[in-house]
Write a protein that binds this ligand. Structure first.
Ligand code: PLP
Length: 425
């Protein structure tokens, strides 16, 4: 199925307070059944959306409806259910293409960002890179955008160079560009840091990389759920997202790649669905993107992700961005009143993620006591060991916000933090 590229999205992301005012956020919160539950006898305050997002009823219902009424395998059977399942699965591809402003035949549906980045590593980088080549990454990458490149480097003899960050947690762009020397073949950058919240200027970075002939891989896991995206305008070579952070089911994700790359890349996994003809004297592969979708996919998951995309676009990504910026501003202000609290990541362009520590209290102790107050935050290394090493800490706490959170929840979180701080220090 092919979906035509739309004109670039005209609107830049709105800033705090703009555009979101006319939306009934309380009604939107009501769409999320899980947010009504209690934990340890207290109302749940869910501040871990950067880890995984909660699901609106329309997504849960779409998955339920698929299994109750349409379940069949895709692209195989001519019976009615087979056709319905295939149409629903391909409709999700079309919705995702419009969401990202790219063509549907450039989207590989897969299990998430981790799979997507490994696909690029094994299928694009491994056959091309050799000793003497280099890969550039940044200090703020998630392990999913580090380890696949280390595996490629080990096998090819290529080396890895790491771009530094500044004290406020922004990318040191001068350092990054100074690393883009002729032996560099690939640059991997996160669009938004899952620990610092830093929003990287990926459009500018991709322009600079392209001028130097460097292929760019953008990890969009933490961008797609929170801001309007125009992947075509970013000008990268590869862009990866994961469905479960954007209101969709787990086990769903997307790799967007330029068509010329998809055409040249060999399949990553072999099996059914990815072939035109199999003979023992040679197999002819299907065209991209199906060439990269071996085996039965997560059909119900993508039906759910399609519903999630409809839901998010129904609210409007600019409004979601504005709402979350307002929540971030409120939380940053409220946390500044907690004595001894240190925030990691204060870049000017920041998503609604706050990593912090309170004096000498251990991150896990803080998170465990907050959980008893009904507040779910994450503690740990956030799959970003190199960033923890940079800051000289083993772990941080991380509160991450989504449009379904409320200002009252943030106040409850900060009050609970004041309480547990007293218990620990
Ligand atoms: N990249 C970033 C920035 C992330 O935050 C995450 C998930 O936490 C991933 C990659 C990996 O996503 P997944 O585990 O869904 O493949």
């Amino acid at each position: 199925m092919s979906v035509e590229r739309r004109a670039p999205l005209p609107n830049p992301p709105l800033r705090a307070g703009e555009g979101a005012d006319s939306i009934d956020w309380a009604a939107i919160r009501d769409d999320f059944p899980l947010l009504k539950r209690e934990v340890h006898g207290k109302p749940l305050v869910y501040l871990d959306s950067a880890n995984t997002g909660q699901k609106p009823a329309v997504v849960i219902d779409a998955v339920d409806d698929f299994f109750r009424n349409h379940n069949a395998n895709v692209s195989r059977a001519v019976h009615a259910l087979g056709t319905e399942a295939t149409e629903a699965y391909e409709a999700a591809r079309g919705k995702l293409a419009r969401f990202l402003n790219v063509r549907g035949d450039e989207l590989v549906l897969c299990s998430g960002t981790t799979f997507a980045l490994n696909l690029v590593a094994y299928s694009w980088a491994l056959p091309r890179l050799k000793a003497g080549d280099a890969i550039v990454l940044t200090r703020m990458e998630h392990h999913a955008n580090i380890v696949p490149w280390q595996l490629v480097a080990e096998r090819t003899g290529a080396t890895i160079k790491v771009a530094a960050i500044t004290d406020d947690g922004a990318l040191d762009l001068d350092h990054l560009y100074s690393l883009l020397t002729p032996e560099v073949k690939l640059l991997g950058v996160t669009h938004v840091s899952n620990v610092l919240g830093t929003v990287n200027p990926v459009r500018e970075i991709c322009r600079e990389a392209r001028r130097r002939g460097v292929v760019t891989v953008i990890d969009g896991s933490q961008a797609a759920p929170h801001r309007p995206l125009d992947v075509a305008a970013i000008g990268c070579d590869f862009y990866a997202i994961t469905g479960h952070k954007m209101a969709g089911p787990t086990g769903t994700g997307v790799l967007w790649a330029r068509r010329e790359h998809l055409a040249e890349m060999p399949p990553f996994l072999g099996g059914g669905e990815m072939i035109k003809e199999v003979r023992f004297d040679g197999t002819v592969y299907a065209d991209a993107p199906h060439k990269f979708e071996a085996g039965t996919p997560n059909i119900a998951g993508f039906v759910g992700l399609g519903a999630a995309v409809d839901y998010l676009t129904g609210i409007g990504m600019a409004a979601i961005d504005a709402r979350e910026q307002a929540l971030l501003a409120h939380a940053t202000q409220a946390l500044s009143e907690v004595q001894g609290l240190r925030i990691f990541g204060t870049a000017r362009e920041k998503a609604a993620v706050i990593s912090f520590l309170v004096e000498d209290a251990h991150a896990h102790d803080l998170a465990t006591l907050l959980d008893l107050e009904g507040v779910a935050i994450r503690s740990g290394h956030h799959c970003a060991h190199p960033l923890m090493q940079h800051f000289g800490v083993p772990a941080t706490c991380r509160a991450s916000f989504a449009f379904y959170n409320t200002f009252e929840e943030i106040d409850a979180f900060v009050a609970a933090l004041q309480k547990v701080r007293k218990l620990l220090l």
